[in-house]
Design a binder for this molecule. Structure first.
Ligand code: ADP
Length: 177
């Protein structure tokens, strides 16, 4: 199996790059943001709770996203591998992911971290907000909050994966190729 964590701040281009990697390696794409937006679209109780936090740019609780990922791993038993996009976002999520994968006798091969400066991120998200319809992309204060959450809770995962010798940094500006 090939299991990749695609990592980076909001707006770094994780969705764009994962589409390329999925095609090349035939991986199953697991984006917790997409799954959460699906729950919101379906009006589930989980979606209604998550929406309150997402609209403010705050992370949803670890147990919620860990449960979602666990279900998706179980429902794709024949996968050649997975690409984790927007997950893990906290140390607790990263530790849970290692545990879930080890129960399936597999592991994360690499963490690919996209590097983009804050000014560029804000510009990209505001321009995406014009047609994505995502409420969290429309407001500069919410975007800043998401970047703050990233810096406080998610960026420390770089050290987590460095300690496992799995961290690779990639320039996230310039052409997509
Ligand atoms: P982006 O990377 O542009 O912020 P996402 O779609 O990955 O977009 O996430 C949107 C929102 O969904 C986040 O701001 C957060 O509220 C919630 N979310 C997504 N993934 C997670 C996660 N792994 N842990 C906690 N919250 C999450």
């Amino acid at each position: 199996m090939l299991n990749l964590v695609l990592f980076g701040p909001p707006g770094a281009g994780k969705g764009t790059q994962s589409a390329r990697l999925i095609e090349k390696y035939q991986l199953v794409h697991l984006s917790t943001g997409d799954i959460l937006r699906g729950e919101i679209a379906n009006g589930t109780p989980l979606g209604l709770e998550a929406k309150k936090l997402m609209d403010q740019g705050i992370l949803v609780p670890d147990e919620v996203v860990i449960g979602m990922i666990s279900n998706k791993l179980d429902s794709n038993p024949g996968a050649k591998g997975f690409i984790f996009d927007g997950f893990p976002r906290t140390k607790a999520q990263a530790a849970a992911l290692d545990q879930l994968l080890s129960e399936k006798n597999t592991f994360i091969n690499a963490m690919l971290a996209l590097n983009v400066n804050d000014e560029e991120l804000i510009q990209r998200l505001l321009s995406r907000g014009k047609d994505s319809g995502r409420p969290d992309d429309a407001n500069p204060d919410i975007i800043r909050k998401r970047i703050e959450e990233y810096n406080a809770k998610t960026a420390p995962l770089i050290d987590y994966y460095k300690a496992q010798d799995k961290y690779t940094s990639i320039e996230g500006v310039g052409t997509v190729d």
